[in-house]
Design a protein. Structure first.
Length: 82
């Protein structure tokens, strides 16, 4: 029997690792199935509409707390799943 009979087993390891890497890469990346948004999607821009009426201010630098926060109400913030 020849001493080279187990050489194919040593070559099978790197070949299998390369094949597994490529299969996982193709499975998770889906490069052949991905949607090219920039090329395949038509976006029609319309003119901006609006007015100069001021609705409200949201300036948190004047008040130390946000009105209506629930920091102290732990039971309301975290709901238990059953």
């Amino acid at each position: 029997m020849s001493d080279d009979s187990g050489l194919w087993l040593l070559a099978a390891g790197p070949a299998a690792a390369t094949g597994l890497y490529w299969a996982l890469y193709r499975y998770y990346r889906n490069t052949d199935k991905s949607h090219a948004f920039e090329r395949e999607t038509l976006v029609e821009a319309k003119p901006v509409t609006g007015d100069e009426r001021r609705v409200a201010t949201n300036n948190g630098t004047q008040e130390r707390r946000i009105r209506g926060d629930n920091v102290g109400e732990y039971r309301k913030r975290v709901a238990r799943t059953r």
